[in-house]
Design a protein around this ligand. Structure first.
Ligand SMILES: CC(C)(COP(=O)(O)OP(=O)(O)OC[C@H]1O[C@@H](n2cnc3c(N)ncnc32)[C@H](O)[C@@H]1OP(=O)(O)O)[C@@H](O)C(=O)NCCC(=O)NCCS
Length: 169
């Protein structure tokens, strides 16, 4: 069956938030995904539907500081649906929306321990921004999001973002 990508509805939050800890392998992620993405940032937040089920989501927003930038805060796919193009389809939807609003780049930060997410972002054409730890193979910024919260910073130029073919799930 087809997976479709659509803008999030406010009611989607309760369905998504009940899944995120499991989708992140049991890590406590709930506190990092507030409802506001499904209310105030709906133009930049998407869900992937398979029938009645939500099998993925992307929570983002357009920068209020630099309107040419879009930021992806969270992206998650149901483990049963991984490696089938759902994550890429969610990002492609964000790229298209960003380009339509004359935004030039998409930014994200991820934990350096999240090797899968790092590989995924590199595969989608993100580049790693310089970090402060030059000894690491993956440059990261220590304490970027507070004490103990190191982050890898990603940037993707939208000039080549639409080169890859749209994904059919
Ligand atoms: C990261 C995540 C969103 C990827 O979603 P997905 O639907 O499995 O990704 P896709 O199937 O669209 O993959 C797109 C490309 O990235 C690659 N990729 C995806 N996950 C990868 C991984 N863990 N390691 C290496 N490459 C990966 C795929 O192979 C694919 O490349 P290909 O076209 O050459 O085959 C998903 O694994 C996930 O939800 N992880 C847990 C949550 C998380 O860590 N989110 C990111 C931090 S907010």
């Amino acid at each position: 069956m087809i997976v479709t990508i659509r803008h999030a509805e406010p009611d989607d939050y309760d369905r998504v938030i009940s899944s995120v800890d499991a989708w992140w392998g049991g890590r406590h992620m709930v506190s990092m995904l507030p409802r506001l993405f499904f209310t105030y940032f709906r133009p930049w937040t998407y869900v992937a539907d398979h029938g009645e089920a939500i099998v993925g989501f992307l929570a983002g927003f357009r920068s209020q500081t630099n309107p040419s930038q879009v930021y992806c805060h969270f992206i998650g796919v149901d483990p049963a649906w991984r490696s089938r193009g759902v994550g890429e389809a969610l990002y492609q939807r964000l790229f298209v929306a960003a380009a339509a609003h004359a935004c030039h780049e998409v930014l994200a930060v991820k934990a350096p321990t999240n090797q899968g997410s790092i590989a995924f972002h590199i595969r989608l054409g993100f580049t790693l921004l310089p970090g402060h730890d030059s000894d690491s193979e993956i440059p990261f910024t220590p304490a970027y999001d507070g004490p103990g919260e190191d982050r890898v910073r990603f940037r993707k130029s939208l000039r080549d973002s639409l080169m890859r073919s749209p994904v059919i799930c």
